[in-house]
Design a protein around this ligand. Structure first.
Ligand SMILES: Cc1ncc(COP(=O)(O)O)c(C=O)c1O
Length: 425
């Protein structure tokens, strides 16, 4: 009989992986305080949100911050605060979660998709520069998986051309670029506190910046129906057009608890990731992403790798992922196509978009796979188990060729699939 678990053999890994989120007494205490206060939501200016705004902004090495409903609306509010709208162009990498694009489209601006650097899967500064036209008003580099984008190079180009830089750090809480925290590097930084993120409150988002007037505009006004800022903040007087982007006190209580764990967890994940990357070296067809010299610390929302069928006896990525999951190692892939190929562009003529050639994006969409952050919270010696499972599959690669799998089964989030499985039990 085959040794491979997917063909009836014994799984390489039998121990459970750490559950996400990590929850402790602290979240319960903070939540109890909110419940007892009777202020659960309301204006979005309550004490827990105020505390979170200053604490998370400080954590990100910025002076000011505003918690908002989610990490998509957070970017939209930034673009709105800068007056970006129809006729303006915003450069976005073609390999990111569609949320980055959604924020631009909701402002009615035109997206120009640019290619990625194959070493990091982040916006390639040269492609960004090539994408700039006379209407370019902003660029949104994304710190994908938690590896910082090459912000100095991007900012230098942007400054020369008067372009705003909005760092989409939704996947990069606690990551560090040349000694500076992600989120602090551009004109503004945007985070997500959605369920799968390394700091989360179910849903939620955050904008941080050193520009107090800009944060006030988002916090008091355009995130709250366009009311006036500070002393002009009043129930039914509207000076701007805005959204209901309110975060709640209940969410802030959870986020404050999660924030207390963030630094330790981020450092722990980074150490485990370095161990895992070392253990994964030299496997033909399977190449983990490493760190660029400017990456002081990777935030590791994900640990990504490239899977090349050609180096793996012709096994497809979906076959490999099915087999790896059967071995007891959750892994997935994402972003099945460059964003400019998303079907919505064929059906909704409102969405304005053009694209540069993006060969690296097209390649990564075919090759990428990832382990989610919760695996990196396991005991250090379990990193060897992950690498061991990959090596086991490499040895048995020829046997995998015949297995039948649906590619779609491995496009989701392993953490969410795990959560659904746990909930169903
Ligand atoms: C790169 C990126 N940008 C933006 C978002 C949007 O965040 P949210 O889900 O909080 O709206 C996400 C994740 O969801 C993301 O991964």
């Amino acid at each position: 009989m085959s040794e491979l678990a997917i063909l009836g053999g014994k799984p390489a890994v039998t121990g459970a992986w750490p559950r996400w989120p990590v929850l402790g007494q602290r979240e319960r205490e903070l939540m109890d305080e909110v419940l007892a206060s009777s202020l659960w939501g309301g204006t979005g200016l309550g004490p827990k949100i105020t505390e979170l705004n200053s604490k998370f902004a400080a954590y990100c090495d910025t002076k000011y911050g505003a918690a908002v409903a989610n990490g998509t609306v957070s970017m939209e509010l930034c673009l709105q605060a800068w007056g970006i709208g129809p006729g303006d162009e915003v450069v976005v990498p073609a390999a990111t979660f569609f949320a980055t694009s959604v924020a631009v489209h909701h402002q009615g601006a035109t997206i120009v998709y640019a290619d990625i650097d194959p070493k990091t899967a982040n916006l390639d500064p040269a492609s960004f520069e090539a994408a700039i036209g006379e209407h370019t008003k902003a660029v949104i580099p994304v710190d994908i998986a938690g590896h910082p984008a090459d912000m100095d190079a991007i900012i230098a180009i942007a400054r020369r051309r008067g372009i705003k830089v909005l760092e989409d750090a939704a996947q990069a809480h606690g990551a560090i670029y040349k000694g500076r925290k992600t989120g602090s590097l551009g004109d503004a930084g945007s985070f997500s506190f959605q369920q799968s993120k390394n700091m989360q409150s179910g849903e939620g988002g955050f904008v941080c910046s050193n520009d107090g007037g800009f944060i006030d505009l988002i916090h008091y006004s355009i995130g709250k129906f366009g009311r006036g800022v500070r002393e002009k903040y009043a129930g039914h007087v509207h000076y701007n057009f805005g959204w209901n982007a309110c975060y709640t006190e209940i969410q802030a209580a959870i986020a404050l608890g999660q924030l207390e764990r963030l630094e330790k967890q981020t450092a722990y994940r980074f150490e485990n990731a370095k161990r895992l990357i070392t253990e994964l070296q030299g496997i033909e067809g399977f190449t983990p992403f490493c760190y660029e010299p400017y990456c002081t610390r990777h935030g590791h929302h994900l640990l990504m790798a490239r899977f090349e069928a050609g180096g793996f006896e012709g096994v497809s990525r979906a076959q490999f992922l099915a087999a790896l999951n059967a071995e007891g190692v959750p892994a997935s892939s994402f972003y099945p196509m460059p964003l400019y190929e998303q079907p919505v562009y064929g059906t909704d003529p409102k969405l304005k978009m053009r694209s540069l050639p993006c060969p690296e994006t097209e390649k990564i969409c075919r090759e990428v796979l990832f382990f989610e952050q919760n695996l990196l919270l396991a005991e250090p010696d379990r990193m060897g188990e992950i690498a061991g499972a990959v090596r086991k599959l490499r040895r048995g690669a020829k046997e995998l060729l015949g297995i039948k799998v649906k590619q779609d089964d491995y496009m989701g989030s392993a953490v969410l699939r795990q959560a659904r499985k746990t909930a169903a039990q």
